[in-house]
Design a protein around this ligand. Structure first.
Ligand SMILES: *[C@@H]1O[C@H](CO)[C@@H](O)[C@H](O)[C@H]1NC(C)=O
Length: 170
């Protein structure tokens, strides 16, 4: 009887350990991230920047926009112009934070991140006119992340640049 009971407790203990391990290594809720190449393809603009101000908090959907100081465009700089540029040109408004369709979607003032964005489509006007909308998860700035993103962007550019050369070879 005593042995039986100990065995049951042991099994229960193992179950707890296994569930805990799975939780940590497996699924992070139900949010799955697309691969980086796909994310880079879907975002017309990729930039690094620092969140200066959080604004336009939507109390119903818990979404918000941020004024972001841009450090560098990794992709699509020429698409960002006119009224999209704020405060003399080095800041933009980015919307879509808190979007449940995006896994890592939260920032605080002072956070510096890589942002994958698109110009707000017309159906989002006027609320998001001249805003960039978050298109996929925020990414921390590390050398490795920067290199991986640049590699995705340049991968295609290099290929396009190579084409005329290939034509000459073949
Ligand atoms: C990201 O942009 C693509 C278009 O390139 C669009 O189809 C998709 O719905 C956008 N995703 C989000 C979460 O806005």
């Amino acid at each position: 009887m005593g042995t039986q009971r100990r065995r049951t407790i042991n099994l229960y203990g193992w179950a707890v350990v296994i569930v805990a391990v799975l939780n940590q290594h497996c699924c992070h809720g139900s949010c799955t991230e697309k691969e980086l190449e796909k994310r880079e393809e879907e975002a017309n603009i990729v930039l690094t920047g620092t969140v200066e101000e959080i604004m336009n908090m939507d109390p119903v959907h818990n979404t918000y926009s941020c004024k972001v100081r841009v450090w560098r465009y990794l992709k699509g700089k020429s698409r960002v112009n006119g009224e999209v540029l704020l405060d003399g040109g080095n800041k933009v408004m980015i919307g879509g934070f808190g979007d449940p369709g995006i896994c890592d979607n939260q920032v605080a003032t002072g956070d510096t991140r890589i942002f994958f964005v698109n110009l707000a489509p017309e159906y989002m006007w006027p609320a998001h006119k001249n805003e960039l909308m978050l298109n996929s998860s925020l990414m921390r700035i590390t050398l490795r992340n920067l290199e991986e993103v640049e590699h995705c962007v340049e991968g295609r550019l290099t290929f396009i640049h190579l084409l005329p050369g290939l034509g000459a070879v073949f």
